[in-house]
Design a protein around this ligand. Sequence first.
Ligand SMILES: [Zn+2]
Length: 210
Amino acid sequence: MNKPLITGISARQQDRQLCRVCEKHSSISENQECCPYCGSPISPRIENSQQKTWALLFTAFIFIFPANLYPITYLLKNGTRYPDTIFSGIVSLLSSGMSGIAFIVFIASIVVPILKIVVLAFISLAIHFKWQFNPKKQLIAFTLVDWIGRWSVLDLFVISIMVAVFDKGNFLSVYPGIAATSFTVVVITTLFAAQSFDTRLIWDANTDAR
Ligand SMILES: [Zn+2]
């Protein structure tokens, strides 16, 4: 039933649309509302993809400041509270000789969220203003930040383990600070921003691109 697609022309120009649920393609003119195979709602492009991505990116951009400026964890040692921001945590990891872990935390918690916002914003701007950049390189950049972005959850995972392990009452315990909530918002909003981003729009903006 599915006729093979011709390379070099977008699927939309060939009257084909992809179902994001069952990943089968069908005719746009014949199936306007739902996928003929699985019945899921279907459209040639994700509806309002750019608006959703911008709204989520903007939220992530706001929350990245409290995430980095406020304490992410509090260490309670002998009744004294020691706050730690993401950065001071990395510095103390470095000073305790754990440079490998410090490097991973630095990449996962500081570099990746910022890189993800910058790359997604750049590709979105390129689509909006129809900047002619190599669409394949834009797609590679998107795939890369989307894949690495998932590792940002690592920091929250470490905090949750620390909270569970170091619970010795007033003697030694760790609990999350306000930045942990902000960081969670950054991780979730950037994940959803990548999810609502329709990579096919890159090709729409570069109509003569191959
Ligand atoms: Zn389907």
